[in-house]
Design a protein around this ligand. Structure first.
Ligand code: ATP
Ligand code: MG
Length: 392
């Protein structure tokens, strides 16, 4: 078996709720590692210990653990008996191997004694173990200020853990600790990142996507499922509801000023998303909107869009620069899919000169020319729901 130590980061700050957050994190780790048969995960004194059968690739297991929201860092550790001589010998073997693989010349030992019955205080443990290592690896020397490698010794009841790497996790909070949100998921760069950011704060996400089939293709729809699939590698199953917006767009086209097409469509999107969100017991809507990015996302545009619904709308990207959003999309792995050139329902009916400073009363006036409720009902009849599973 390979042993992994998982640290919980921000969860440690949660006071009385700490056990709850830890339990949720443990559950999420178990779910994310389901594909590894025979894996074990348990909670112990503020840490989570994962054991995976030796046949599984260590880097892959680490990667899967580090993707779980709420994980601060992971270490692949050598587990030995809490006996000074054994710890010393194993630590020396461990360093010898590491030294050869990484060409290390300097190191230091950091020891932590979680088990206070162990008959030696932490600084002394560090010195003793350092002695064992130096004796076994003659070319190594200790550098306490700027070592090439830190050898960690974590002494616990009965078992001691030896490791040199702390691999940074995603951080955030365990999924399911902060309600549920419905993301308006286009095929673009922004909305998948927005969904990911909210999920990272513990929010379960579902998605609604609008298309204008047959003006938008099936391939464009597939692209949205592909994006949901990437998100699902972080959060598990994701439900995607697809709605045909064509009838609404045509009704706007016939009855309303051309320049209001985008902003009116966006209000319908919000209303439809809100209906589905209520049905699915979501607490909030999530969009990838960003101030000033396009004509419909000016301050006035956002005010008019926001006014369409009662449910709170989360816009986690509101103040980000596009370059920073792109960087995040690359980091989480959605960028390459997002930039595939497929048409979006908004681009199909893009007005030549969209209003950039829409006035709410004017927009409401236009909306009055439409049978809003009938159009919403008719669009809701087109909902198709697909559950995206990360394992597929
Ligand atoms: P994105 O990269 O997310 O597509 P964008 O810069 O293209 O963003 P807009 O097209 O104006 O911006 O859309 C703003 C937000 O509205 C999107 O981030 C998304 O949340 C939502 N949205 C836009 N089009 C759709 C769609 N076809 N289906 C679902 N949501 C959409
Ligand atoms: Mg878009």
């Amino acid at each position: 078996m390979n042993t992994f130590i998982v640290r919980c980061g921000e969860i440690a700050l949660k006071g009385m709720n700490k056990p709850y957050f830890e339990r949720m994190l443990l559950e999420r780790i178990r779910k994310n590692l389901k594909k590894y048969k025979g894996i074990e995960a348990k909670r112990q004194e503020g840490l989570i210990f994962v054991k995976a059968p030796a046949e599984y690739n260590v880097d892959e297991v680490i990667n899967d653990i580090s993707r779980v929201f709420g994980v601060a860092s992971v270490s692949h550790a050598l587990e030995v008996e809490s006996e000074l001589e054994i710890i010393g010998q194993k630590a020396a073997e461990y360093m010898l191997d590491l030294m050869q693989r990484r060409n290390i010349q300097t190191f230091k030992v950091e020891a932590k004694r979680a088990d206070k019955t162990f008959p030696m205080e932490s600084p002394r443990i560090a010195r003793e173990i350092g002695g064992y290592v130096l004796k076994a690896c003659k070319v190594l020397s200790v550098d306490v200020h700027n070592p090439q490698c830190v050898l960690y010794i974590n002494v616990r009841k009965g078992r001691t853990y030896i490791f040199a790497d702390k691999i940074k996790g995603m951080g955030g909070l365990p999924l399911g600790t902060n309600g549920k949100g419905m993301v308006l998921l286009s095929g673009g760069i922004d909305s998948p990142v927005a969904a990911w950011m909210m999920a990272k704060r513990g929010m379960v996400v579902e998605a609604v996507h609008f298309h204008s089939y047959p003006y938008t293709s099936e391939r464009a729809q597939e692209k949205v499922y592909d994006l949901a699939r990437i998100i699902s590698t972080y959060v598990g199953r994701v439900k995607v509801h697809s709605i045909n917006l064509l009838e609404i767009q045509q009704a706007i086209g016939i009855n309303c000023p051309e320049e209001q097409m985008t902003i009116l469509s966006r209000r319908f999107m919000m209303k439809l998303a809100e209906r589905v969100a209520r049905q699915e017991n979501c607490d909030m809507l999530i969009t990838g909107e960003n101030i000033g990015q396009v004509a419909s996302q000016t301050v006035q545009g956002l005010v008019v869009t926001d006014n369409a619904v009662e449910m709170p709308v989360m816009r986690p990207l509101i103040a980000f620069d596009k370059v920073d959003i792109i960087e995040m999309a690359q980091k989480i792995g959605t960028f390459e899919t997002s930039i595939q050139p497929f048409e979006d329902c908004c681009t199909v009916f893009l007005p030549k000169h969209p209003v950039t400073k829409p006035k709410l009363d004017r927009i409401l006036e236009s909306e009055e020319k439409l049978d809003v409720e009938a159009l919403i009902q008719s669009a809701l009849d087109t909902v198709e729901t697909v559950v995206i599973d990360p394992q597929r």
